[in-house]
Write a protein that binds this ligand. Structure first.
Ligand code: 4AD
Ligand code: MG
Length: 439
């Protein structure tokens, strides 16, 4: 079918602008066709735009033959522009419909999509992700990504209002921060470099000049296994602050989570309704348990685990059954945390660290950082890392590095909690994992 150029046509109104008070007005609307229905002499076409549907009503005998033929020839998802007159009518989406006078077919949809976005049976996530942007026309992902937008705005607003400076640090970096195994190497001219696993070292450095910083940006982890809560590229909300300890930043973190959930609950009523969920704003303070207490609780239930072990998926599942809400696990064994986490002065086998959990899902990790060059060098060696590779970072510690603490909060995992989705892929536009690099 021949398609038309946009030319000098411009949209004058979107679906949300329409209403009975525009009765009689000439408008130009644009969107994709979400429904075509013939009822006797009338053809109803729904076109979907940025935020809703617009009803275009053509009537045999009144609308030109040419227009009628064109409208009837179109398939769902085709993109059209209509010039016409608004007519107030209570049954239409905004209490108004459009009587078409001119039409441009801006693009057709010739091939039937592999799944219907209008309901009916949906294929599994992999098939949907293969055509992600088409899939994103569905009401459910529309709701999810509008909530994601509100979440981002709310996090930015909360941290900015509390005196944190938003920063952006490099994503192509020279060394590992979170352990070597999950690094993505890249060829940087003639050298080997890596995709950043975290802005960790940069955000720490920035506390010596800006004191309070945050970054919302991508981090990369070459996760070997495919799970419902791991991706290779995620967005992390990182915060770092001078002159505070891990206890202080847990207070900031819980307030941030509460504020965000409240904002989404208040501003995203339509979206949460679409998802069929209600957001319960959590009460503060969140419960705090130590790692040792959690191990004891696990052992009491008969779960086999020794002090010092990492919490496996099955251990986390068990703990999530006991503690389904938000809670902190504090004071992890020093050996299980990265080199930059500060061991307790009076008990160096335990560290000033925490994980924020939502049931069985870890959504954030943080802690007080080592701020002495000597200790940091020893910690690097303990973890089998070469201090030489971190020399530029270590040098700064000779020039007045303040004591500091911070956390990294997984944006995608926070979204899983906000939307009550079990698969992280549902809340990420274009997820990356071991088996997926496209689209
Ligand atoms: O626990 P992680 O590895 O901690 C850090 O990156 C530290 N630098 C943070 C700090 O400031 N001390 O990652 C932080 C959070 C996790 O709690 C999790 O929510 C998310 O990032 N995350 C992932 N989410 C999905 N897929 C992955 N592969 C993730 N890796 C980390
Ligand atoms: Mg962690």
């Amino acid at each position: 079918m021949k398609v038309d150029e946009l030319g000098d046509w411009r949209r004058t109104h979107t679906s949300t602008d329409l209403g009975p008070k525009l009765d009689g007005k000439d408008v130009t609307v644009m969107g994709w066709i979400s429904s075509i229905r013939k009822q006797g002499k009338i053809i109803f076409v729904l076109i979907h735009d940025i935020k809703g549907d617009i009803q275009v009503t053509a009537i045999t005998g009144k609308t030109s033959e040419k227009m009628l033929t064109k409208l009837q020839s179109l398939s769902l998802h085709s993109v059209i522009a209509i010039k016409g007159k608004v007519k107030s009518i209570s049954k239409a989406p905004q209490g108004a419909e459009i009587i078409p006078e001119e039409i441009k077919i801006l693009n057709t949809s010739e091939i039937k999509p592999p799944f219907s976005i209008f309901g009916g049976e949906l294929p599994g996530i992999d098939k949907r992700l293969d055509m992600r942007s088409l899939e994103l026309r569905r009401p459910k992902p529309q709701a999810i990504f509008r909530i994601r937008h509100t979440t981002l705005v709310s996090v930015r607003e909360f941290l900015s209002n509390n005196g944190y400076l938003e920063v952006q640090t490099p994503k192509i970096i020279a060394s590992a921060t979170e352990g070597g195994a999950s690094l993505f190497p890249v060829l940087y001219y003639d050298k080997e470099a890596f995709l950043a696993q975290s802005p960790q070292l940069y955000k720490e450095q920035l506390t010596m000049c800006f004191e309070k910083v945050f970054e919302i940006g991508p981090i990369f982890r070459a996760e070997p296994s495919r799970t419902l809560r791991h991706l290779a590229e995620i967005v992390s909300i990182d915060l770092e602050e001078a002159y505070v300890s891990y206890e202080d930043v847990t207070k900031t973190l819980e307030k941030l989570v509460q504020h965000t959930m409240k904002t989404v609950a208040d501003k995203c009523e339509e979206e949460t309704k679409e998802l069929g969920i209600t957001i319960t704003v959590p009460k503060l303070p969140f419960k705090r348990y130590t790692y040792t207490e959690i191990i004891n609780v696990l052992q009491e239930t008969g779960f086999k685990i020794n002090w010092g072990a990492d919490l496996s998926t099955s251990a986390l599942k068990k703990i999530g059954e006991i503690y389904p809400d938000f809670y902190f696990i504090n004071d992890w064994p020093t050996a299980s945390k990265p080199f930059y986490i500060k061991p307790k002065s009076d008990k160096p086998e335990i560290s000033e660290s925490f994980d924020l959990m939502a049931g069985s899902l870890e959504i954030s990790s943080g802690g007080t950082r080592v701020s002495s060059r000597r200790l940091l060098t020893n910690r690097l060696k303990d973890q089998g890392l070469k201090p030489k590779l971190f020399e530029k970072h270590l040098d700064l510690f000779d020039h007045g590095m303040p004591p500091h603490a911070g956390f990294g909060l997984g944006m995608d995992r926070l979204m899983m909690i906000l939307t009550q989705e079990e698969n992280i892929r549902e809340v990420t536009l274009f997820p990356r994992d071991r088996l997926r690099l496209t689209p």
